[in-house]
Design a protein around this ligand. Structure first.
Ligand SMILES: [Zn+2]
Length: 243
């Protein structure tokens, strides 16, 4: 694991190579455009996906990271469909957090429904691992060879069906580039062997989040703990442009 010479502003963590793109890609592109340094970390190689292989998916993720402007992509091999909130996985992610020292971490939601077309168990486990790893990373005695690190906020994408977003980010101006990043995952989203139109589904989700704040496309996030706010206007944002 290389040592970051400069801390990351945002580290987006997912279970499978494409999770981050799907759940937060438009927002990451927006943040990179605003000058923030963004990195991506995956816990598995996605080898159990119907489309592609671990090698193909790694290449696709690298292309997507490039399109989004992330300057770090690291894929671990915890085992696709075998992601569990264990002590070993918490330590792995805590070391990642100490290495890249992000201010903000994005991770899948820590809860979800089980069953087909519901939340993937790996996603829920990853959300929990990240929450627990963030605590671990701050403990001095966790690993005396590295400096403790306090993540300032963890925001969760992949909201369970029916869960309300804590906040929603307008990605209308970044939608085309987001789509381009998604299309980099050819084995997942442009695979003739797959009958489901995933891109249509993802566009629909972005429209749905957009509709709740009066914009065309958006992505929504949830927090497991209250947001500490000093300036109310920091969370109010600009006046809305109605579509
Ligand atoms: Zn996934």
């Amino acid at each position: 694991m290389p040592v970051a010479t400069k801390p990351y502003d945002i580290l987006a963590i997912g279970a499978h190579p494409d999770d981050v793109e799907v759940g937060s890609g438009g927002v990451l592109i927006r943040m990179v455009d605003m000058g923030y340094r963004v990195g991506i970390v995956y816990l598995t190689r996605g080898e159990m996906g119907t489309g592609g292989t671990a090698r193909i998916r790694q290449k696709e993720a690298a292309r997507a990271a490039e399109i989004m402007g992330a300057d770090l992509l690291e894929c671990f091999d915890v085992g696709d469909t075998k992601v569990f909130d264990t002590s070993a996985n918490r330590s792995l992610v805590a070391r990642v957090l100490r290495t890249y020292r992000p201010a903000v971490v994005l991770a899948p939601h820590w809860e979800g429904h089980t069953g087909k077309r519901q939340s993937h168990a790996d996603h829920i486990a990853t959300g929990r691992i990240v929450l627990n790893a963030a605590n671990l990373a701050g403990l001095r005695k966790f690993d005396r060879r590295s400096e403790p690190h306090d993540v300032r906020a963890i925001f969760h994408y992949f909201l369970p069906v029916g869960a309300a977003a804590t906040f929603v980010v307008d990605i209308t101006d970044y939608f085309d580039r987001w789509l381009e990043a998604l299309k980099a995952h050819r084995s997942q989203f442009l695979n003739p062997k797959k009958t489901r139109d995933y891109l249509w589904t993802l566009e629909t989700m972005a429209r749905s989040f957009g509709s709740v704040i009066g914009v065309k496309y958006a992505q929504g996030f949830a927090c497991s703990s209250p947001l500490a706010v000093a300036d109310l206007f920091a969370v109010v944002g600009a006046p809305r442009k109605m579509v």
